[in-house]
Ligand binder design. Structure first.
Ligand code: ADP
Ligand code: MG
Length: 686
């Protein structure tokens, strides 16, 4: 009998052609794929919370009577409702489809609302929450389970995902996965039932029990994920032949002589390590790590330059378009004087422009192509791809990392260099990246000023602004002002940025202030970045979109809001945007009260340490086990279920099991890999 797991999702009632296509965006094709699409968090929808208990940034499930509604005007027409329960009232706001919501919701309706609360001007508010209109006496559903929140799938609502996952679980009830390695385990729940529990965790009598049961099931699933990861990284290892390149030392000397600085000792050292790999017969698989600002980019350019005269192409990939463009400009500056062709290829380019660029790249055998991940999605054939460089690799998940291992027509594998400023704790590197060589830049270029970091609470913002004007803006320096991350929603985060922008503008009316966030059109973003680079803007209010890579040496002050909710690695990344010029630099971390002792400790780590490596190690130590309602993944590498800071012991076990399977039972390894990485055969290229 064919197992139900491998049947197509369309076997599930309610999934038609349209939904099938939408799920395919996330590589969900079979029922098994759907079951291996895991929630990123959970809410308890078995209990409503009183409105008075809804606090800023908290996910809330509440209910109230609609007592007023009215339109308001922002850029378009919005609509606002006030709902009230016995404890208090809250506003519900919609910026889009105001007419529709006006039609659907009337005064006197009882509204059940689910969303992330925000502290607005008039108290707690919810922006575009999920809602339903209910009878006053309607009971709550989902009596026994937490409700899963899944990663977004474009065009598919949470309720739909929850429904189809439920159906998939229903359809596969009682079925088990083949026992591929279970004989190597003892005392762990069965995988199929663990998966069931990860989707809809059972609520036990006490929260502790619920958490404990959940963790047990999560560990079981995490173990499977890690085993798949190891099996996958063994797959094809040593099978692919590499491309030994010869190094053009003369050209490298020319590049060096054109630089406005001397490479640091560390940069020289890592460059040598990379060049050595490039000449080898085996494909390079190397991670170049080094703190923000240590100068990884120039090393990457030199590695690229060293082989392109031999008519190899080199692809350099950045996580954002802003960064890709910056790299492009930088590369042109260094390499164009030597007539080395450099191209930019990004998603937002016009269709015609893309076509022309692809054609030009086709005609340019020895060249450097810089882009975002769109680069690899384009229908683009590289000509003799010799080296792929991936900047800020910590931003890519495991799947992407593996997916990027591009193949060439001759089945040889290009060399690969990953760059990251988020150091990987040694224990993690040894376990997860043992297939990778690591180069580390240990020093910053000479003459870097240290960054004076302070931590203040939000109510000191006005004082801060005053001193900024006196001490920083008077010297013609520039400031980044980063707004907090509130929810997964771009719209809500953009709104928060806008509020901060308005606030600062009113406090500093004479200053040139601009706002940049993910909702802006690409041209608009470019225009603002250009103005900032040219010092036509003094204060740039931004969402964390500027987190990685951006380089504007005249900016010497970084202000970050909402640090209580941010990871230390991310704060450190942001801080690294300043301290790049010759002036003293400042970083001011603003938190919203109240904060816990643990958060205080974390902020103290970042305040008193300047090395990203130390910060990462300390942060890693401080992290306790995750929490069912807020698992925040910790940097370096992203798994769907496993969290490496909690599951490092599982990683060791997984590695052992993977080794044993590979040795004793290689015919079943494919099955384990397929569960996690089935739908894209390109993963298997390394
Ligand atoms: P990161 O390692 O964070 O990517 P970048 O490559 O962006 O850092 O480098 C930061 C800045 O330092 C750039 O302006 C770069 O030109 C400069 N830089 C790189 N290497 C040196 C060096 N050896 N001496 C002085 N400045 C350098
Ligand atoms: Mg960089």
């Amino acid at each position: 009998m064919r197992s139900m797991f491998s049947e197509k999702v369309t076997d599930i009632k309610g999934i038609g052609k349209q939904l099938e296509t939408k799920l395919a965006q996330k590589n969900i094709h079979s029922i098994q794929d759907l079951l291996f699409f895991f929630p990123k968090s959970y809410v308890n929808k078995t209990q409503l919370i009183p409105i008075v208990k809804c606090s800023h940034a908290k996910k809330c499930y509440l209910e109230g009577d609609v007592i007023s509604k009215n339109y308001f005007f922002t850029k378009g027409r919005g609509i606002r409702f006030v709902i009230k329960d016995d404890s208090g009232s809250a506003e519900i706001k919609f910026f889009y489809y105001a007419g529709t919501h006006n039609k659907n919701i009337a005064i006197g309706h009882r509204l059940r609302v689910f969303g992330t609360a925000r502290q607005g001007r008039n108290g707690i508010e919810f922006i575009h929450p999920e809602y339903e209109i209910v009878q006053k006496t309607k009971l709550l559903i989902n009596e026994n389970n937490l409700t899963p929140i899944y990663p977004n799938i474009k065009g598919v609502g949470q309720k739909t995902i929850q429904k189809i996952v439920r159906s998939a679980l229903e359809l596969t009830k009682g079925q088990k996965f083949n026992r591929t390695y279970d004989h190597l385990l003892s005392n762990l729940p069965d995988l199929a039932s663990a998966i069931r529990e990860i989707h809809f965790p059972y609520i036990h009598d006490s929260p502790e029990e619920t958490e404990l049961a959940f963790e047990k099931n999560r560990s079981r699933v995490a173990l499977d994920e890690l085993i798949a990861y190891f099996l996958l990284s063994y797959e094809g290892k040593n099978k692919n032949k590499g491309i030994p390149c010869s190094i053009n030392l003369q050209l490298l000397d020319q590049v060096k002589s054109l630089l406005s600085f001397q490479l640091t000792h560390s940069q020289d050292k890592v460059l040598k390590e990379i060049l050595e790999d490039l000449t080898a017969d085996r494909p390079m698989n190397r991670l170049l790590q080094g703190d923000v600002g240590c100068g990884k980019t120039v090393v990457a350019f030199m590695a690229a330059a060293s082989i392109i005269k031999d008519s190899f192409q080199v692809a350099i990939m950045a996580p954002t378009e802003i960064l890709a463009k910056q790299h492009f400009e930088e590369a042109k500056k260094i390499l164009s004087p030597l007539n080395l062709p450099v191209f930019l290829m990004i998603g937002s380019m016009k269709v015609g422009e893309k076509k022309d660029t692809i054609a030009a790249i086709n005609q340019a055998p020895g060249s450097i192509i810089i882009g975002t991940h769109a680069l690899f999605q384009q229908k683009m054939e590289f000509k003799n791809l010799g080296l792929v460089i991936i900047d800020e690799q910590h931003r890519f998940g495991v799947k992407q990392r593996l997916n990027l291992r591009q193949k060439r027509q001759d089945q040889r594998l290009p060399h690969q260099l990953f760059m990251s400023a988020t150091p990987i704790p040694r224990t993690v590197a040894q376990t997860l990246f043992s297939d990778m060589s690591i180069s580390t830049i240990e020093e910053l270029p000479h003459g870097r000023k240290s960054i004076d970091t302070s931590v203040i609470s939000e109510d000191k913002r006005a004082n801060l602004v005053e001193s900024l004007e006196k001490n920083i803006l008077e010297n013609n320096s520039q400031i980044y002002w980063v707004s907090p991350i509130i929810s997964e929603s771009d719209a809500i985060d953009a709104l928060a940025a806008e509020e901060i922008f308005n606030n600062i503008k009113s406090l500093l009316p004479q200053q040139k202030i601009a706002l940049i966030h993910g909702k802006l059109a690409s041209e608009k973003k470019d225009q603002i970045m250009d103005q900032f680079i040219n010092n036509q803007i003094s204060i740039l209010v931004a969402t964390t979109l500027i987190e990685v890579g951006v380089n504007v040496p005249n900016a010497n002050c970084m202000i970050i809001e909402g640090v209580e909710r941010m990871g230390l690695a991310q704060i450190h990344q942001l801080r690294g945007r300043v301290g790049r010029g010759d002036q003293s630099s400042y970083c001011i971390l603003i938190y919203k009260k109240p904060i816990s002792d643990r958060v205080k400790k974390r902020l103290d780590i970042i305040r008193s340490n300047t090395s990203g490596f130390v910060i990462a190690e300390e942060d890693f130590k401080l992290r306790g086990p995750g929490n069912i309602f807020g698992t925040q993944q910790s940097g370096s590498i992203e798994f769907q279920v496993a969290d490496i800071s909690e599951h490092i012991h599982l990683a060791h076990q997984a590695k052992d099991i993977a080794n044993q399977l590979k040795r004793d039972n290689p015919s079943v390894t494919g099955e384990v890999i397929d569960r996690w990485y089935s739908t894209n055969s390109e993963y298997l290229l390394a």
